[in-house]
Design a protein around this ligand. Structure first.
Ligand SMILES: Cc1cc2nc3c(=O)[nH]c(=O)nc-3n(C[C@H](O)[C@H](O)[C@H](O)COP(=O)(O)OP(=O)(O)OC[C@H]3O[C@@H](n4cnc5c(N)ncnc54)[C@H](O)[C@@H]3O)c2cc1C
Ligand code: SF4
Length: 330
């Protein structure tokens, strides 16, 4: 591992100033992803700016009746927070579905959003990878890709985003707040991750050197009935091969409002707006749920070895929506 300098930031403006203008510096959250990538040589920062002591570890009511979650809140504290569990259960469930207790105790909200893909070629320095080495090629398209993207990919990269938390945040219309030398800014999660296109190495719309300071959740009464379901290759401590974050409001057997986001199918948490449009105003039954899933997945472009994901996601969407509708009918 390359030698690096370590600095601890005490305040937000100091953290931003410490990183400014240094392309070889990185913010350090819990380190559960960055340090692994440093060990393999994928990341080779000359300087780490530790942000864990910043005063960004609170979860507070926001003026509009939603919640504001600080960027250094650990995944464990986020999942356990009573208001998150009560008002946004899908978020608590998504976080708890990720990693292990020890990792969640270290991992932060900011770091979780910016964790890198788990595509095996990305961390194998001996193989071409456009995300790690732009222009070198994509080894996964003709190689091992059984857990790669079926939606929104390109000929340059078919990797999926690994975050569970991000899928719930997508369904909840979360907004990411950040700070730069020029002042604060914000990005709705829908605009936070860039489309893959021919620049898979550019993953987010964050300005260079931006420090994520928090995430806001708008009020979402629909989220009181919400669920995260994750399918993985073993029962715990594994990344998703497919996941669904859903919220459903049903009145007199008709869907009043639906939120749906899919995980492990695209380079970013995939908000399923086509499916939501089919659901809204339709009978809350299996036929509607299947039609909604099919409408969303009509855009799927599977590779030779990951076509199973289309069937998996269809069944997962129908199962989760059916459970939520049954709950609503009780
Ligand atoms: C064995 C294992 C299993 C895992 N399983 C899952 C899983 O099932 N589901 C899942 O979702 N995740 C899983 N993870 C990933 C884990 O959730 C992430 O590693 C973690 O969330 C990253 O958070 P961190 O604070 O440790 O980030 P770090 O590793 O510290 O940083 C990650 C990136 O974010 C940047 N960064 C950190 N904080 C900020 C900030 N405030 N502003 C700007 N940039 C910042 C860093 O510079 C770095 O580029 C797993 C990890 C491991 C090691
Ligand atoms: S899918 Fe993306 S991350 Fe994986 S090898 Fe191809 S370019 Fe690299």
């Amino acid at each position: 591992m390359r030698e690096f300098d370590y600095q601890r930031a005490d305040d937000v403006s100091g953290a931003v100033a410490l990183l400014a203008g240094d392309p070889d510096a990185r913010f350090l959250g819990g380190g559960t992803n960055l340090v692994d990538l440093m060990k393999t040589g994928v990341e080779r920062p000359a300087r780490l700016v530790d942000v864990r002591e910043l005063p960004l570890n609170g979860i507070e009511e926001s003026a509009d009746g939603g919640l504001r979650i600080g960027a250094t809140v650990t995944n464990s504290d986020l999942a356990a927070h009573p208001e998150v569990r009560r008002r946004y259960p899908v978020l608590s469930q998504a976080v708890l579905a990720g990693a292990s207790g020890q990792l969640r105790n270290m991992a932060t909200v900011g770091g979780n959003l910016l964790q890198r893909t788990r595509c095996g070629y990305f961390t194998d320095l001996s193989r071409p990878c456009n995300k790690r080495a732009p222009g070198s090629g994509c080894s996964a398209i003709t190689g091992e890709h059984h857990n790669h993207a079926v939606l929104g990919a390109s000929d340059h990269c078919v990797a999926v985003h690994p975050s569970d938390m991000g899928v719930a945040l997508a369904a909840l219309d979360a907004v990411v707040e950040y700070e730069t030398l020029d002042g604060p800014g914000e990005l709705p999660l829908a605009d936070f991750y860039l489309p893959v296109g021919d620049t898979p190495h550019r993953e987010t719309a964050l300005p260079p050197g931006a420090l994520i300071t928090g995430v806001t959740l708008p009020p979402a009464p629909v989220a009181a009935r919400s669920r995260y379901r994750k399918v993985r290759e073993r029962a715990s401590y594994a990344f998703a091969i497919g996941s669904v974050a859903a919220a459903l409001d049903v009145e007199d057997g008709v869907v009043r409002e639906a939120r749906l986001a899919l995980g492990a199918v695209a380079s970013r948490p995939w908000r399923a707006r086509t499916a939501e449009a089919v659901l809204t105003g339709a009978p809350a039954d299996g036929a509607t749920f299947a039609a909604a899933a099919d409408a969303e997945l009509a855009a799927a472009r599977p590779l030779p070895d990951n076509g199973y994901k289309v069937t998996l996601m269809r069944n997962l969407v129908v199962a989760v929506l059916t459970e939520l509708a049954e709950e609503a009918a009780r």
